[in-house]
Design a protein around this ligand. Structure first.
Ligand SMILES: [Zn+2]
Length: 432
């Protein structure tokens, strides 16, 4: 264990610690955050009402839309001169989500990953290829700092150029890779085409996989075909980034109790559900300075196991994510909301913003996304050059707002289905 005292803390002691951290957080936010102060007042909850950890249910939820409505930094409880970094991820409509970090926030994120990577059997002597995107996306830099902290050697290669990734994996004796599960499948297939066996011709032994949904089936295939062990990693940019992984038991993702407090609720009623029951994951980050998160509704569906893990760690575990309560898609590791597509199309007069369809598929091992867009009656033309211009504009604007490329198909006015009530705009043909 990276921190045996924290990771093996008896359940009762951990609960007391969590209560103390929660109480401190709530008092701080009630006093210093106009957003949380107003929210608590609206909910009729005063910090004095929090007398046990279970009283957390008296606190109001926080939603992704709160971040959008307070863009870019109105929920922050640190001033700009206290921030050492920003990350930016997709929002539900026009504005992205901005996350700010103080030095302590980065420290807490790095500590969390140091414990997690250690739990995956990694440490000094390992060489980790970080094949997540670097930059505004949290995956690359998050894993980078976590791996350095445990004394591993980092190869900060980022995404793309798969043949070079495999070459360097061989030459630098890489033992661990962090990437999306579909990208590791792609690496395996590309290596085969190059006449290289990951199992026999490389030192790779561990994969840390996340940023998109995957299944036990893919785990079994990857482990058998590549001869390595692969582990699930969890986090979202609002929590800081990828923060928590499974341990070598592969029986759920350890959520470090001094860092975050997970709850499962019924997504309809908002009611708290007991361990073992499936529902929506709600997270409270107990240590976060710049962008505090109390009862943040992440939208992922899972359940909690609070029994002591066979590895000896006492923190609760969340099970593999089984879906979303909303219609968020993950395409090549990037979150995409149909509402973002709609918002973008609304800004283009030549098309009907409310009539579109998204089709997601996997070509080989990589995601592809096609957006079918209806032309407006006025702009519809049989001149191919006019259509090409509109198509180029839609492609460009979508790429800009989604941060992931989509193929665009223009269709004649009135050809896409109309919906009464909730629209079904997404066709997802991928198999997880
Ligand atoms: Zn464990």
């Amino acid at each position: 264990m990276w921190d045996p005292r924290m990771e093996g803390m008896p359940a009762g002691d951990l609960k007391r610690l969590q209560y103390r951290l929660l109480k401190t957080l709530v008092y701080r936010l009630y006093s210093f955050s106009p957003f949380y102060h107003d929210r608590m007042k609206e909910a009729g909850t005063h910090p004095d009402d929090i007398r046990s950890l279970e009283d957390i249910t008296k606190l109001p939820f926080m939603y992704k839309s709160d971040l959008r409505d307070n863009y870019p930094d109105r929920i922050f409880t640190a001033s700009q001169d206290e921030l050492v970094r920003y990350h930016v991820s997709s929002g539900t409509t026009g504005k992205p989500t901005v996350v700010g970090y103080t030095a302590n926030d980065l420290e807490s994120w790095t500590t969390s990953l140091a414990r997690s990577l250690t739990a995956c059997g990694l440490g000094r002597g390992d060489v980790m290829q970080v094949s997540y995107g670097y930059g505004l996306f949290t995956g690359g830099l998050g894993l980078h700092y976590g791996a350095e902290r445990i004394g591993a050697t980092v190869l900060p290669i980022g995404t793309g150029n798969t043949e070079r990734q495999i070459e360097l994996m061989q030459d630098l004796h890489v033992t661990a890779i962090a990437c999306t599960p579909s990208y590791l499948v792609h690496i395996g297939e590309t290596a085969n085409r190059m006449g290289i066996s990951i199992r026999n011709d490389t030192d790779l032994r561990v994969g840390i996989l996340g940023a998109e949904p995957w299944s036990e089936g893919i785990r079994t295939t990857l482990q058998n075909e590549l001869g390595i062990r692969v582990y699930d990693i969890y986090g979202t940019s609002e929590l800081s980034g990828p923060m928590f992984t499974e341990c070598t038991e592969q029986q759920g993702i350890h959520i470090w109790g001094d860092i975050a407090y997970p709850e499962i609720i019924d997504p309809e009623s908002g009611e708290h559900l007991p361990p073992g029951e499936k529902g929506e994951l709600v997270m409270t980050v107990l240590k976060k300075e710049a962008l505090p998160m109390i009862r943040y509704r992440i939208g992922d569906i899972t359940s909690i196991d609070d029994s002591v893990c066979a590895c000896g760690r006492t923190s609760p575990r969340i099970m593999r994510i089984q879906g979303r309560v909303d219609d968020m898609l993950i395409v090549r590791g990037i979150n995409v909301f149909p509402s973002q597509v709609e918002h973008t199309l609304m800004g283009i007069p030549e098309v009907v913003g409310s009539a579109f369809q998204i089709e997601v598929d996997r070509r080989g091992a990589l995601d592809s996304m096609l957006v079918r867009v209806e032309m407006s009656k006025d702009a519809f033309s049989d001149k191919i050059t006019d259509l090409m211009k509109v198509k180029a504009k839609v492609t460009h604007d979508l790429r800009n707002s989604l941060n992931v490329a989509a193929d665009v198909e223009l269709v004649a006015p009135g050809t896409l289905p109309r919906f009464e009530g909730k629209a079904k705009r997404v066709i997802d043909r991928r198999v997880y």
